[in-house]
Design a protein around this ligand. Structure first.
Ligand code: SAM
Length: 233
């Protein structure tokens, strides 16, 4: 029998991650957020303005994921970070807040409508020297990037996740981390009833990583699923 996740969207071809619910029970998430150190004033203001001015507020990483990204950065102390999919800047600022003063964060966002938003909050957070924003299609931009990265956060364009994996792995330093969001796609990845293009790509992505002997990976069922990949071989 197909596993039914409460709150799944009616359509099996949603356009945005914000169109459907996380896999985590809402009560568990609220309780976890209430027992997690609060976010900064800048992130709270950014979150509020995002919800007020865009219909996609649920695309924000949020408290739990933001805190997890910060913890990974504090433990890893990356000197160079790449973010694919910045939206209004929540995860970028969360990461930027804990980076060493000499570290850099390159953010790629395809939608120019978010640029002013991102720059406004990057300035408010005092991170305009740390964060380099590139507006454009990450699939085309990544091959032009000269540097390597100690941490990469993949959070855009789910239908191309397998291609992104091939593009970013050579740019990830040995021991570096790739963190990819939405890999459970509201539970559709394990349900044979779903075969839309996002879920097909995410299954390929998850299988590709599971079968890659160069990495040690952890699929964390936090919110919509986070794949954490360490380049170990
Ligand atoms: C889930 S949101 C990112 C959320 C953000 N990381 C955060 O935590 O607040 C995904 C973003 O990826 C962007 N995007 C989609 N396709 C893209 C592409 N090919 N290249 C770069 N950005 C893309 C979308 O415009 C959207 O803003």
């Amino acid at each position: 029998m197909a596993h039914v996740v409460k709150g799944l969207p009616k359509s099996d071809e949603p356009l945005y991650a914000s169109d459907f619910d996380n896999v985590t029970l809402p009560q568990a998430e609220t309780y976890a957020e209430n027992h997690t150190t609060d976010i900064s004033d800048v992130l709270r203001e950014l979150s509020r303005e995002t919800h007020l001015k865009t219909p996609h507020g649920r695309m924000l990483s949020g408290v739990l994921q933001g805190r997890l990204l910060q913890l990974l950065c504090k433990l890893k102390n990356p000197q160079s970070v790449l973010e694919i999919g910045t939206f209004t800047g929540y995860s970028a600022i969360a990461i930027g807040e804990v980076l060493a003063p000499t570290a850099t964060l390159t953010c790629i966002e395809i939608n120019p409508e978010y640029e002013d938003f991102i720059r406004k909050y990057t300035n408010k957070a005092g991170l305009s020297k740390t964060i380099e924003l590139i507006i454009g299609n990450a699939l085309q931009i990544i091959p032009t990037l000269k540097s390597t990265f100690d941490l990469i956060f993949l959070d855009a364009d789910k239908v191309h996740y397998p291609e992104y994996y091939d593009l970013v792995m050579p740019k990830l330093t040995q021991g570096g981390l790739l963190v990819a969001d939405n890999v459970l796609w509201s539970g559709q990845v394990w349900d044979a009833a779903y075969n839309n293009k996002e879920v097909t790509a995410l299954r390929q992505f998850n299988d590709k990583i599971q079968n890659d002997s160069r990495v040690t990976n952890l699929l964390l069922p936090l919110r919509d699923g986070l794949m954490i990949v360490e380049k170990t071989g």
